[in-house]
Design a protein around this ligand. Structure first.
Ligand code: CR6
Length: 801
């Protein structure tokens, strides 16, 4: 849209006056942010309405992306960018003597997710809007997001994330679109005059689902899509008085907090309630919306695609069956054909503990009608497949088994497409985790490698780099990130490579200032910034990185004259509150930081910085400043990873195992431009099959490793006590489940190589450039276009090369 600076200033001052009945001098940064938010909403308002009208008029097929997590990050800056107003607003605020960055930082960062899964969903929302796909998000409006992490005495402490404290400018409460979700009670089928059976419900616990809509603004294409987040409330019936406090709390709890764990299936009735709550409310609203403009359900498969992001929303399958049969009187066969045509499922992990299952008794009690439908799905699956695949395979793969409802199996059986998120991951699904179901439905399995919103992670997070790129290649890369590859023409351009160093320096200075201000640690910006940002989990092996730091520390102590670049190790990671081992590692890192950072023998040559409360906004500060991207999971365990892509796009070089999308990154940028190491997935599986891994052998064979491990228990690191022993034991006594010791040597070798290579900045920046140039293929736009083409069958406006 068109807006002059003068007009913006007038609008903004008016907005302040209207909202606060005072003038600018009397407002805080937060107040200014809220006023700006209102203004953006107003500027975007007609676009949002027009988009819905256009979709309606053209009767466009709608995609509904169901996810129990969304991590959109702050929206002010990206909304302004997408509307084409960022420069105008910045300039206008400057004329008013206000700093845009300060105002922007006052926006709360909604923590409605744990990590990669939730951020992926948000990146995909951005791309769907930017590609003109009629895409809708469907999730939960948690009143408290993922906990706020602080460190006390080196230990993680979790504080509530009260992100809605000052309201949310971006949301619209649509109480007129609320619907009821039923839990518990009894259900029985009553024959009707026409012979049909109709369910009769008794003594159910009804919950009102109220939607809050947030506009998802496309990049300069006049499109605004909707992210719909549901809130659980007391039904506004006259019976309110009869709700006991316990019932009220039970309803209130449903959308109160996000489960702070992404790698465990929570065996909790509350989690199941959350899942059914947003699945049911979402499907009800889809069917209602569809019903407004279509006669009957025949066209459903042509007009609607529902995507199941990980297993949490799997109950959309029986819920859609329920609505089609009970409310719209479809036969089972018709309803089932429509359901499988509509549904598709993405799996995001091979970790067994993350594959959700629910005890049948709990499931049946909480969702009696849904249970009946799952029983029928199970019965029909068994009847149809046993003659072909035999009883054993069918027993292993049916939705009901071992007293459990098996969500991943139900998701595969009720969908027409199942995808993994990187080629290796998809192969592991086919050959290991879902091998049996792959026999039954080979045609359903496909790969869709993850992608990232390059606009947020490069254009917005790294403006110095974006400007440098603009000075060399056509700004088309901003819409078509694959164009970044043309930057390779500057591989030998010494001046350009120097400019890359300068850009990195600028970003490192910004991060160093944050570190100084918030942690009181001074870091040199000519040091290697070695970054590991992700959830804390044993399989991600922050521990391997820690062992390297201990090695470097001992090395510097023993050989003070060693000439090597300074090294700053930067961590950002939250541990699930109940994950004891992960918390012990946090304590270890902090204790090690204490030791290293205060040792006068070490000075500024080695620093350890654990930045608390890692999330999307901190990512935007850390990622542009990184030299090294630590992607060191045990091969096979990280389904894809996406921080690897963000770091790559910002010129960090990967120090990586051959896992998830690391493999594809290494292939895209060229092996010479990365630091791969360690066991392959095949080698890891080899150890599993033979059962002959002995971590002690590595300990005994390598005196340096022995010294490093002993430091965990011999008092070298004064701040740890029981944690050191616990971690030591996990590696030696309990045989090192994640093969840390097996990969230690090759990891250290690459770290040594990095130390050497970093000294030649020209060569180093050539590697960085190769990464930036190759990162375009990991754009979420491309990923979403592939979902649109292959799975959802909807048109999009991606510019092809
Ligand atoms: N934890 C995977 O572990 C992947 C994202 C998004 C994860 C990670 O490798 O990049 O999903 N899995 O696909 C789950 O959340 C279950 C993750 O973020």
């Amino acid at each position: 849209m068109k807006l002059t600076t003068a007009q913006f200033k007038t609008d903004f001052l008016n907005e302040i006056k209207t909202l606060y009945a005072t003038d600018l001098n009397d407002t805080s940064a937060l107040g200014q942010f809220i006023a700006l938010g209102h203004l953006v909403r107003r500027y975007d308002g007609s676009q949002w309405t027009k988009t819905s009208e256009k979709y309606r008029k053209k009767d466009r097929k709608q995609v509904y992306y169901f996810s129990i997590e969304f991590l959109p990050g702050r929206l002010l800056k990206s909304n302004l960018l997408n509307l084409g107003l960022l420069d105008t607003v910045r300039a206008g605020l400057k004329e008013l003597e206000l700093d845009f960055e300060t105002i922007s930082a006052a926006e709360p960062d909604p923590g409605l997710g744990n990590g990669g899964l939730g951020r992926l969903a948000a990146c995909y929302m951005d791309s769907m809007a930017s590609l003109g796909i009629a895409g809708n998000g469907n999730g939960i409006r948690y009143r408290y997001g993922l906990f706020k992490q602080v460190f006390m005495d080196g230990y993680q402490v979790e504080l509530p994330d009260d992100w809605l404290r000052n309201g949310n400018v971006w949301e619209i409460r649509r109480e007129n679109k609320a619907c009821l979700v039923r839990f518990g009670g009894n259900v029985w089928m009553q024959p009707q005059a026409d012979g049909q059976l109709q369910p009769v419900y008794e003594q159910t616990d009804d919950v009102l689902a109220v939607p809050y809509d947030v506009g998802m603004i496309g990049y300069r294409n006049d499109v605004t899509n909707t992210l719909r987040l549901w809130s659980a409330e007391l039904p506004p019936s006259a019976d309110n008085a009869y709700y006991s406090q316990e019932q009220r709390d039970r309803i209130d709890d449903i959308t109160k907090v996000l489960y702070p764990d992404d790698s465990n299936s929570e065996g909790q009735a509350l989690r199941l309630r959350q899942e059914y709550f947003f699945s049911s409310a979402g499907v009800q609203s889809i069917i209602r919306h569809y019903g407004l403009r279509h006669q009957g359900m025949r066209e459903l498969g042509k007009k609607i695609a529902i995507h199941i992001n990980d297993t949490h929303p799997t109950l959309v399958i029986p819920e859609l069956m329920r609505l089609l049969m009970d409310d719209h009187h479809c036969s089972w066969d018709v309803a089932w054909a429509l359901t499988t045509q509509v549904m598709s499922y993405t799996n995001h992990t091979i970790l067994q503990e993350a594959l959700e299952t629910w005890p049948i008794d709990m499931f049946k009690g909480l969702l009696p009608r849904i249970y009946q439908i799952v029983v029928e799905i199970d019965r029909r699956y068994r009847a149809a497949k046993t003659p072909i695949f035999g009883e054993d395979l069918v027993n292993r793969t049916a939705p009901l088994g071992n007293g459990q409802v098996r969500m991943a199996y139900l998701a595969v059986i009720g969908s027409h497409s199942v995808n993994g998120v990187a080629p290796l991951h998809t192969e592991l699904l086919k050959n290991d985790v879902l091998r049996d179901l792959y026999q039954v439905y080979p045609e359903r399995f496909n790969n869709k490698t993850n992608g990232i919103a390059t606009r947020r992670w490069v254009q917005l997070a790294n403006e110095p780099l974006s400007q440098l790129i603009d000075s060399k290649i056509s700004p088309e890369w901003r819409q078509q990130p694959s164009q970044l590859k043309t930057l390779m023409a500057y591989q030998k351009d010494a001046k350009f490579l120097k400019q890359l160093t300068t850009v990195k320096q600028t970003n490192k200075q910004a991060l160093a200032a944050y570190i100084k201000q918030n942690l009181g640690i001074e870091v040199r910006t000519d040091a290697i910034f070695d970054v590991q940002i992700k959830r804390l989990h044993a399989y991600k092996r922050q521990l391997l990185h820690v062992l390297e730091i201990i090695r470097e520390y001992l090395d510097l102590k023993a050989h003070p004259a060693t000439k090597a670049p300074a090294h700053v190790h930067i961590f950002g990671a939250k541990a699930a509150p109940s994950y004891h081992y992960a918390k012990a590692i946090i304590k270890l890192i902090n204790a090690l930081a204490d030791l290293v950072n205060h040792d006068p023998d070490i000075g500024d040559r080695l620093k350890v910085v654990f930045i608390p409360n890692y999330g999307v906004s901190l990512g935007e500060l850390i990622i542009p400043a990184a030299d090294i991207s630590e992607q060191i999971s045990t091969a096979s365990k990280e389904a894809s990873g996406t921080s690897n892509m963000k770091l790559m796009a910002n010129g960090a070089v990967s120090l990586a195992t051959l896992d998830g999308a690391n493999i594809d990154i290494i292939q895209a940028a060229g092996e010479a431009n990365e630091y791969p190491f360690g066991l392959t997935a095949k080698a890891v599986y080899g150890y599993y099959e033979r059962g002959d891994y002995r971590s002690v052998d590595f300990y005994q064979a390598d005196p340096e490793l022995k010294r490093v491990l002993d430091a965990l228990v011999d008092g070298t690191i004064p701040g740890i006590t029981t944690e050191g022993r616990e971690i030591y034991d996990s590696l030696l006594r309990y045989n090192d489940e994640f093969f840390v010791l097996a990969d230690y040597e090759s990891y250290v070798q690459q770290q040594r190589q990095i130390s050497q290579d970093f000294q030649d900045q020209t060569k180093w920046q050539q590697k960085a450039l190769a990464n930036i140039a190759a990162a375009g293929i990991f754009s979420a736009d491309l990923a979403v276009a592939r979902y649109a083409d292959d799975i959802w069958q909807v048109p999009h406006t991606l510019l092809q090369d």
